[in-house]
Write a protein that binds this ligand. Sequence first.
Ligand code: EPZ
Length: 430
Amino acid sequence: MDQYVIKGGYPLQGEVEIGGAKNAALAILAAAIMTDETVTIDNLPNVRDINVLLQAIEEIGAKVERVDVHKVKINGSFIRDVSVDNEFIRKIRASYYLIGALLGKYRRAEVALPGGCDIGSRPIDLHIKGFKAMGASVDIAHGLVKAEAKELKGTHIYLDKVSVGATINIMMAAAMAEGKTVIENAAKEPHVVDVANFLSSMGANIRGAGTDVIRIVGVEKLHKTEYSIIPDQIEAGTFMFAAAATGGDVLVKNVIPKHLEATTAKLLEAGCEVEEFDDSVRVRSVGRLQHTQVTTLPYPGFPTDMQPQMAVVLGIAEGTSTVTESIFENRFRYVDELTRMGANIKVESNIAIINGVSRYTGARVNAPDLRAGAALVIAGMAAEGITVVDDIHYIERGYENFDGKLRGLGAKIEKVSSEKELQKFILKVS
Ligand code: EPZ
């Protein structure tokens, strides 16, 4: 099993390029099959979840041409099957976007229940509520979600909870339903807007994406388009926190600073300097980090996907901080691992009380999920001594060339796949 091995104590310095947004790309790849014409998508992140979804799209008959690792052409006219179920697709959360896309286009869909990182129960009741409100029958049996609609009619849907997935999924189905759909209490994340822009570039009629009311008027057909995915705000934020935790000075390039406002605000409160440019941000960590309070909220609040990374920074800040996780019920699984590195954190229900320590010490830790795994790598780079992170397949679901980009900033990190390679690294860096 591959591992990351890290020798801490090297402040990150230099520049890093951010790739395309995984959580926008997954929905856009699903939406791409809604036309019978060829769609070209660029700035795709080359990460495992993207490749799993592309393989599933190909398996149901769509033509997929990999122009290069970041660019793909998809043609959905050859789809012969609306049933998507294989061992890989069951492992990713975003498989559910194929339900909205297939239901919108073919009025039928049969997709394996979604998997994903274990950060909470991950229900899809709001997705199903939306599809049923449009006239679809939806059953869950044998691990499959089966949706079917003789007529798919636009309607007025109020989402009881702000849900990125449900907002996007309902928007996709509504794009080819008959008549008008209004989604109230919609998610406003940048990737919701990116999917709406993508669908609009295919001829969909969508207004209000990025606000909490999205209005869609269904169209008969969608047409070809060429589209480039927005930069990944979560990858960008992860590198910003890495700069902060290691006392570094990093220019994070190819970002949309507006998408990073909540992250920037918290880094400023923690005592970092953050400079914004047109498509980059520079983070400098000078002197001891300071405590602060964070609560995760739907966009434009502080992103839940940045919660573990923020906690790692606060774990070595002066004073006592709190991190409140209001989106998922099981997103503190990394705390036990961080404690092995010397952190002083107590979790009470959905609040982590963090008493800053002077520094982490290297240890063997396990990545419990995608973002917590990245956060443990950050802790390893800030720690004294050697850290080994196991289960890095979680990290590779959402970060392209993570160790390579960190090495480019001066981190002493390598991916190893044997004890021998691990010992070789330790010898090399000692
Ligand atoms: C997306 O998950 C992202 N995943 C997550 O990123 C991200 O953390 C999350 O949005 C919030 O921003 C993808 O886009 C593939 P939600 P999603 O629906 O859509 C509850 C990462 O690290 N809920 O916004 O599943 C749900 O349990 C991943 O890249 C229902 O109750 O999140 C949660 O408490 C991790 N019923 C809350 O809503 C539903 O039908 C928000 O979930 C749907 C969701």
